[in-house]
Design a protein around this ligand. Structure first.
Ligand code: AGP
Length: 609
């Protein structure tokens, strides 16, 4: 998730306006930034790695000539956050500049084709192919204009994109196009703007046009023309008046980043399904060869490790040790060795306890693998192989979208390992892969259909003093994560444990009205879990069930329930069954008057031991 912005202004220079707008988009990505402007038929570019203020100090991002320009603030997915990978990217002639937000899935084969035709690439990004494809289109047919060359190019792209293109040969226009990634146009009497979303344009104009999927937009001074990419037919759409305060706009109308990020999970999950196969296979190969595997992380990332340990063992028959990072050195520091493999999971890639574990493991010659959301983070630099999960920046301290994305990545790795080891039939592989591909829509359905329900349940239990979160099998990880979310943002004490443990102690706490959240997908654990529900009910507990749609038996036992669509395989169930628990914690925090985005005593990335 990156931020793009650009404009054509009547009088003033574009650069200062672009710089200021990129600052407003910095929450979308902040590991490198760049701008390109056109002046007197020449292209001017400034770009570098680092936060906008740091790059501005060195390069002065306000100091580029020309009233027309494009800009980009980056969240790396392909290619480390280095100057060469910062946007804008240009073609061989240096006359065409492109900024892009999204992921081009087929960039490798397009790049190969272009290199075979003599094109030279400077960066490791997927985006650079777009500039060269436009150059190629214009070479092949010089009578083609920039807009048609862009049209021709985007038809070759697979994946998600919002792009903007300028060319020194046609210095009066910006051509944009969109497929899945967001794009808006803003207009006023002296200018026309485009941006990844409204926060960037709102301080400049409140007249905006939302660009739909599969549309191309040609911007010239004070004007915009929309065309359908499929058939070049013209689309007429009047600007809407937007009356959002800038603060609201950054949250895209959501009251908090956490709720926005919960709603972003379908898009993030789609991004995880666009990862480069090569790295997923490589990680599966290293796990296949490993003598022993430790899954090491903290907090929510540890819960992803716990779920992953079920996936790897049940699908690929690979037993693993999920370990809380702050305990790794004490517990395994002396035994980890050259035959050990550590898979460290950290959305920030900077959590000290996780990095300390990795360091000890490396000192003892163990193999280190990484899963992170931050390309360029320390974890990526110390890992033999790492996967960037492409969730985009997560502003809310409480991890939500990064958790479900971690699970989706681990499920893909486990499936590849299972295939490599021939542990699951092709039919089962196809079934699981099909369910995983459907997961973004499944999660979208849950968020849309169950949010109000969770809001009511939170309202009902807002004064509860304590909660249990229980599950069996892989749902134990879901229960732990639900518990953590509630504690960290609503400050309600909560205990989670495998439901089978109830009778070995915790049940003594239960008295009439004691709220117990059960995570109950329809899997092999269901029969015994119903027994655990009965145990709690017999002591007067209030049962809140996260259950499969239409599960009448659980519905009869529950005081409150929320439904998740049918047919989700147990090894994938945490991705969907955690969503109602994220919403529950969010609305509990709101009901209790707390700001879910900035919980007390916590920071987004914990860099202290
Ligand atoms: C989760 O909501 C918390 N923010 C926290 O537990 C977090 O998961 C933990 O600090 C690990 O962070 P990481 O994934 O960046 O390493």
């Amino acid at each position: 998730m990156c931020g793009i912005f650009g404009c054509i202004l009547k009088e003033e220079n574009a650069a200062p306006v672009i710089h200021a707008a990129l600052k407003r988009l910095e929450y979308r990505g902040y590991d490198s930034v760049g701008e390109a402007t056109l002046h007197n038929g020449q292209l001017f570019i400034k770009k570098d790695q680092g936060k906008i203020d740091e790059v501005h100090k060195i390069h002065n991002l306000d100091d580029l000539p020309g009233n027309i320009g494009i800009g980009h603030t980056r969240w790396a997915t392909h290619g480390a956050p280095l100057q060469v990978n910062a946007h804008p990217h240009v073609d061989c002639t240096g006359q065409i500049a492109v900024v892009h937000n999204g992921i081009i899935e087929n960039f490798a084969e397009l790049k190969q084709e272009l290199e075979n035709r003599g094109h030279e690439f400077k960066s490791k990004t997927d985006t650079e192919v777009i500039a060269h494809l436009i150059e190629r289109a214009l070479e092949a047919n010089p009578s083609l204009g920039l807009a048609d060359a862009v049209l021709d190019t985007v038809k070759k792209l697979e994946g998600s994109y919002a792009i903007a293109v300028i060319s020194a040969k046609e210095p009066d226009k910006v051509v944009c196009a969109r497929h899945e990634s967001p794009l808006v146009v803003g207009v006023n009497e002296n200018a026309v703007y485009f941006a990844s979303d409204l926060p960037a344009v709102l301080p400049l104009t409140n007249k905006a046009v939302i660009v739909d999927d599969g549309e191309l937009v040609i911007l010239t001074l004070g004007q915009y023309q929309i065309k359908k990419i499929a058939d070049s037919s013209l689309v007429s759409r009047e600007p809407k008046l937007i009356d959002w305060a800038p603060e609201m706009a950054v949250k895209q109308g959501y009251p908090h980043f956490m709720l926005k990020e919960i709603h972003e999970q379908p898009e993030c999950l789609r991004n995880t399904l666009r990862l480069q196969e090569h790295y997923l296979d490589l990680m599966a190969t290293f796990l296949d060869r490993a003598r022993e595997v430790y899954l090491v992380a903290c907090g929510t990332s540890y819960h992803a490790c716990l779920a992953a340990s079920y996936m790897l063992s049940k699908l690929a028959f690979l037993p693993t040790y999920p370990v809380i990072a702050s305990e790794f050195i004490e517990q395994h520091g002396k035994s980890v060795n050259i035959d050990s493999t550590i898979l460290a999971v950290s959305q920030s890639g900077e959590t000290t306890d996780t990095l300390a574990s990795v360091q000890v493991a490396r000192q003892r010659a163990a193999t280190v693998l990484g899963l992170t959301n931050a390309i360029g983070s320390t974890l990526t630099r110390v890992s033999r192989v790492y996967i960037g999960q492409q969730s985009g920046p997560e502003i809310g301290v409480a991890a939500t979208k990064t958790f479900t994305s971690q699970l989706s990545v681990m499920a893909q790795v486990a499936l590849r390992l299972a295939k490599k080891r021939g542990k699951v039939s092709q039919d089962e592989m196809d079934y699981l892969a099909e369910r995983l591909n459907k997961m973004p829509d499944t999660v979208d359905t849950i968020v849309r259909t169950q949010e109000e329900k969770m809001k009511q349940v939170a309202k009902k239990y807002k004064d509860a003093k304590i909660f249990f979160f229980l599950g069996r099998g892989i749902s134990t990880a879901t229960a732990y994560e639900g518990r953590l979310k509630l504690m960290e943002i609503a400050y309600v004490p909560a205990i989670a444990f495998p439901a089978g443990e109830s009778k070995h102690g915790p049940i003594s706490l239960v008295e009439p009205g004691f709220p117990v959240v059960f995570v109950c997908p329809k899997d092999e654990t269901r029969k015994t879990l119903i027994g655990n529900i009965m145990e709690m009910k017999a002591r007067g507990a209030s049962i809140i069930a996260v259950m499969e749609e239409g599960d009448e038996e659980i519905k009869r036992l529950a005081d409150d329930y929320v439904e998740v669509p049918k047919g989700i395989p147990d090894v994938l169930s945490p991705i969907s069954y955690v969503i109602p628990l994220q919403l529950f914690a969010y609305y509990m925090a709101v009901e209790r008057g707390f700001n879910p985005d900035t919980p007390r005593n916590l920071a987004k990335s914990v860099t202290v031991k």
